[in-house]
Design a protein around this ligand. Structure first.
Ligand code: XBP
Ligand code: MG
Length: 266
């Protein structure tokens, strides 16, 4: 029987399609500082390879040498602070709704005694704003911890953020499942030893998700089944606690079958 104890969710792209809101907030902040930069969706998809908003602007300056780059570099912290204020207001205005199955799975997991955590390359404040806008203030009580990008030295794909969540939960990786939408997130969770369910978002669809425990279009709801893309869950329609436990048991069975003479060939 699976020893599943906790679910750890990424926020941006996984709980909701927030990246388009982030993009618009970046552009509004650039405008507020008279910086002649505008990130279209194609460019933003590329820039998303860098986790973290400040790091993303830095990467843009380093790689694209845009006009007014020196002034922008000096204003980087202020511009990012303004972007965060604009983003928070957009989230308060409910510009990003939870993706299919997110609320259902979170509530089911909570009612079955599983522990819940959030990790995000963005800030804890942004994660809280999204939860409050969609699940009221009481929704925050569902999560035992929120680990923000500001808390760890190395951003995804480094394992730091997931490792910190595991440390806070005081659980081994094998007792948890992570939920991600991006390749950097998957690599980060896998590097921390976590089985990871990937639900690609609009900006990450079509990416390389090799190693995902399950790859599904979204978590699925009763009247909106997911599309199975790879890994566990081929015969299911929704990610539920029972399905996760079954997938883990099957995975453990396969691993022990493929362990020959004490040596894993998995
Ligand atoms: C999300 C991010 C975030 C946002 C911007 O990545 O990289 O940086 O795009 O947030 P993930 P800030 O979902 O993998 O955690 O501007 O607040 O940093
Ligand atoms: Mg994400």
């Amino acid at each position: 029987m699976s020893g599943l104890k906790a679910l750890i969710f990424d926020v941006d792209g996984t709980l909701a399609e927030t990246e388009e809101v982030h993009r618009q907030a970046f552009n509004a902040a650039f405008k507020a500082f008279d910086l002649p930069w505008s990130w279209d969706q194609e460019l933003y998809r590329m820039l998303l390879q860098v986790s973290g908003g400040k790091e993303r602007i830095q990467y843009f300056l380093d790689s694209f040498s845009p006009a007014d780059g020196a002034r922008g570099r000096g204003l980087l912290s202020e511009v990012h602070h303004r972007k965060s204020q604009i983003y928070a207001k957009m989230i308060d205005d409910r510009r990003a709704r939870l993706r299919p199955g997110v609320e259902r799975l979170i509530e089911e997991a909570n009612s079955r005694g599983l522990r819940l955590a959030l990790v995000t390359s963005s800030s804890i404040a942004n994660a809280e704003a999204l939860i409050i806008a969609n699940l009221e203030v009481a929704g925050l009580d569902l999560f035992e911890c929120i680990v923000g990008g500001e808390t760890v030295p190395n951003r995804k794909p480094a394992p730091d953020i997931y490792q910190m969540a595991l440390d806070r939960l005081k659980l081994p990786a094998r007792a948890c499942v992570a939920f991600e939408d991006s390749r950097n997130g998957l690599l980060s969770a896998m590097a921390a030893g976590l089985r990871t369910v990937v639900t690609p978002s609009t900006y990450t669809a079509g990416g390389d998700f090799t190693g995902a425990f399950a790859l599904v279009s979204h978590l699925g709801d009763a009247f909106e089944p997911y599309e199975h893309l790879a890994g566990a869950g081929e015969r299911d329609r929704m990610v539920t606690v029972a399905a996760l436990r079954r997938w883990i048991d099957d995975d453990d069975d396969m691993r022990s079958l493929l362990t020959i003479g004490g040596r894993s060939v998995y």
